[in-house]
Write a protein that binds this ligand. Sequence first.
Ligand code: G6P
Length: 487
Amino acid sequence: MWTKERLQNTIKKQLKDHVFVIASNREPYSHEYSGKAIKWAKAIGGLTVALDPVMQACKGIWVAYGSGDADKDAVDKNDKVQVPPDKPRYTLKRVWLTKEEEIGYYYGYANQSLWPLSHIAYRQPIFNREHWNCYKAVNKKFADAILKEIGDKKAFIWLQDYHLVKCAQYIKEKRKNVISALFWHIPWPNPEVFRVCPQKKELLEGLLANDLLGFHILYHCHNFLSTIEQELEAKVNWEELSVIYKGHKTIVRPFPISVDAEAISRHASNIKVTRSIDKIPLDIDPPYEILCLGIDRVDYTKGILEKIKAVDRFLEKYPEYQGKFVYLQLGALGRLRIQTYKDLINSIQALAEEVNWKYRSGYWYPIVLVNKRIEYNKILAYYRSADLCLVASLHDGMNLVAKEYLMANVDLKGMLVLSHFTGAARDLKDAILINPYDTEAFADGIYTALKMSKKERENRIKKMRQSIDEKNIYRWAGHFIEQLLKL
Ligand code: G6P
């Protein structure tokens, strides 16, 4: 069983003479002004939440974009700050971006080209040469910041996600012998989808500068290898899952990411969470007997519109639930400078209003949307109160909400309704699996979950909790590092 301690020991023993660097676009902790005072906040995204406990165990350096408005006032002269700010365990080094860089690299190439290209959710990617140049310049900035940190020491650099595709290449141009790995947190599409990208060769060459490439599931590894075969003159070894390109070998492996299972269960059982459960009906405007929950960053890949359509059909088909059932959709807004996201918010709002108008009766209406950041204890209380949690991604690398919900489900109540198109569905077979595009079957899935006997529900949840407990975040990081040590 992998634990924080086992991971710590592995790193202490095996990587002791290496500088351990993680780099991602999103920072795990930001500093923000609140009036004149500076407050800090923990990021809420899947990637940062998953990696923070790993980093706390490893005590390395995390390089990330300093996006908080008070970030510059919280760092030392080397742009570093110790985090978590209330209980320092590791170093966060911030990289600064100009507004133009943020527009071209983050809002542009990362989120209007690579994000829609990688998720098959039928949003056309936009490719703009200026965005691409900006993206490369920012990757160079990250590479320079990392190079400065490692100097001429031995180093293990662990890059995260689609924001930093070119980084390893820039690092290796200066320091050939460092070990570099990248974990791709989103799906890798099939070659037919990927081939439209005008920068495909440069992207693939950037990724193949890494010694190890990780994806959540084997299917994405296979998609990646097929893409390489189609696009580059490289030697793909399907048995070993590796690529040799221009004399350099890259190992490709699946590592399904997870959560800090034990910590979530422990926090969910604490007295603060238990107390706030009683207050939840006061937070939700319409009265209800059955609470159905959805928590997603507001994104077109998450199937939020599809969930509302399924709830509509469910109430139409099973009218006995009208007046009793409330669907609460929580989620932070992001990427709002991109028009597609602004349009999505409007569409969600409009659809929810339409459905509420259709069924409203007295004080009751079925859909409640809350688009704001919610305190962690409160989220845990929502997870524990919910009779049902809906995860309906149209395409998702893993989806950690599904795993977090189950680990917070210490009372073994409720049920998970989960999209087939998430990486999580490969493992969580005891959830009610649905196709979010099939409204009728999705509505029936909600009904099946609600009708399930207490005993069956408990059995299924227990099984899924056990599996997540075993395949926790420390195992994910431990396997990744063990694979690197084999190289
Ligand atoms: C999701 C994806 C991650 C990605 C992150 C970026 O959590 O699963 O792979 O890195 O979004 O979100 P952001 O808010 O930083 O754009």
